[in-house]
Design a protein around this ligand. Structure first.
Ligand SMILES: Cc1cc2nc3c(=O)[nH]c(=O)nc-3n(C[C@H](O)[C@H](O)[C@H](O)COP(=O)(O)O)c2cc1C
Length: 185
């Protein structure tokens, strides 16, 4: 009887231990990339903090041709950014220098909100590397607009990606970023 009870006890301990390891936050074990596009440095600063918080690899999404101040003038209909954003099929050329893209399980992608959504250079980045079956989470900076439209549009456009809702991180402190990252687990 004693032996029987001990066996049951040992089995319970083993099952509990297995349960704990299965419940362990998988994101802690996921290889993380923090990729960002930033035309004027605001998103870059947040991306650096996010990389520090997550321990992820920081990577800048670089346009082949940099955006000038004139390119970024949204008050001019014919400026480069206006033209690109009016044509949602535009795919600005990017540097293809991300190494071992397939090795990342969790990819944060940051950008400035342009015309209430993500700049089409983000489409260029996603279509260059695919990220099929990977977890992708957006983050953004903006003058006040939300990231919701980008979340919805990209989820519909790239259903092969496992999306988690992104967030605008305007003036976010390290503490804010850490709280957000923890909330995603
Ligand atoms: C072409 C263009 C369009 C923009 N559209 C919006 C917008 O729709 N909503 C908003 O809140 N901010 C908008 N902004 C402001 C940027 O999102 C904001 O300044 C951002 O923090 C810049 O990030 P960056 O320095 O990383 O480029 C726009 C800026 C540019 C250049």
């Amino acid at each position: 009887m004693k032996k029987f009870l001990f066996t049951i006890f040992a089995m319970a301990i083993t099952l509990t231990a297995c349960g704990q390891s299965n419940n362990k936050n998988t994101e802690d074990d996921m290889k993380t990339l923090v990729a960002y596009f930033s035309a004027t440095g605001t998103t870059e600063a947040v991306a650096k903090d996010l990389a520090a918080v997550t321990g992820g690899t920081l990577y800048e999404i670089k346009p082949e041709v940099k955006y000038t101040a004139e390119d970024l003038d949204w008050t001019v209909k014919t400026s480069r950014s206006s033209v690109e954003m009016q044509d949602r099929n535009s795919r600005p050329a990017i540097m293809k220098d991300l190494k071992d893209a397939d090795s990342y399980d969790l990819i944060y992608i940051g950008f400035p909100v342009w015309w209430y959504t993500a700049p089409t250079i983000i489409n260029s980045f996603i279509e260059t590397y695919g990220f099929k079956g990977k977890t992708v989470i957006f983050f953004a900076t903006s003058g006040g607009s939300s990231i919701d439209k980008a979340n919805t549009e990209f989820k519909a456009q790239y259903p092969e990606i496992h999306w988690k809702a992104g967030k605008t991180l305007n003036r976010a402190s390290i503490t804010d970023i850490k709280a957000w990252v923890d909330s995603l687990r």
